[in-house]
Design a protein around this ligand. Sequence first.
Ligand SMILES: NC(=O)c1ccc[n+]([C@@H]2O[C@H](COP(=O)([O-])OP(=O)(O)OC[C@H]3O[C@@H](n4cnc5c(N)ncnc54)[C@H](OP(=O)(O)O)[C@@H]3O)[C@@H](O)[C@H]2O)c1
Length: 274
Amino acid sequence: MFSHRLHDTILSFIGGGNMATALIQGLVRSGLKGSNIRVSEPDSVRSKKLHEEFGVVLEPDNATAARDGHLVVVAVKPGIVPRVLGEMALHLGKETLIVSIAAGVSIDRIRASLPQGQPVIRAMPNTPALVGEGVTVLCPGPDVTGPQMALGEALLGTVGGVRTVGDESLMDGITALSGSGPAYLYLIMEALSDAGVACGLPRDLASWLAVHTVKGSAALVQESGQHPGVLKYQVTSPGGTTIAALQVLEEAGIRGTLMRAVAAAWRRSRELSQ
Ligand SMILES: NC(=O)c1ccc[n+]([C@@H]2O[C@H](COP(=O)([O-])OP(=O)(O)OC[C@H]3O[C@@H](n4cnc5c(N)ncnc54)[C@H](OP(=O)(O)O)[C@@H]3O)[C@@H](O)[C@H]2O)c1
């Protein structure tokens, strides 16, 4: 029987790797009982850890996990999604909701391996989900009801912010911006730390300043509701240090470089989704 309340739902995870662990942690933190969570994961060290840490129930195989869950999260690498769907297909209830977090695997490709009418949501989370600060965009397939969508939002909402799009072709741009985005910011933080060291700061202090400057600046944009350009004006005094640095960044074409980088990830995501 389908319930739209997350806490009344049996959730089965196919794959118990990094993203599944982040979600399980978020679910347990939000009050879901470990006994409501089922995991099918071939790596016995990883599955034992999930059982000991969160009290999840370990399943012997994907077919059993599919049979037991009201909601099944497909959290394996994209290349093996067709195989695991094939193992699950005959064991799913008619209303069992499938949430796939596999990058680049379209709703049509997922539905093609499942019984006709199986509800499927495609999701693109990112790794800050590991600390409850992720962002996820969901896209519902044609057979997903409103209450099922609410359940999908509640699931991903345990590890950060959630938005929904109706147009699946946007998922490539989302992958390029927020899916790959943490790597762009890690690179920037690493470079800022190096820059601090070049100015004579100890590495520890430089890294701490770099990370907290990025974190605090993002929090200020979010909490003030101000446009980033306005906040930039506020720290840019005439003839001062900040404008001297900004001039170098603009001369190096940092805006265009970031735009070209995201466009390259977008094109690559489209190629991989073919
Ligand atoms: N990490 C990200 O930033 C991110 C962001 C958005 C979306 N995603 C998507 O999330 C999915 C999972 O990524 P991840 O980073 O969590 O990968 P991961 O850590 O490698 O987790 C995948 C898990 O699935 C297990 N597995 C392999 N074959 C299986 C099978 N036949 N049945 C059940 N489980 C099986 C793997 O076990 P073994 O290691 O023993 O093979 C592994 O523990 C991917 O499709 C990825 O595209 C990831």
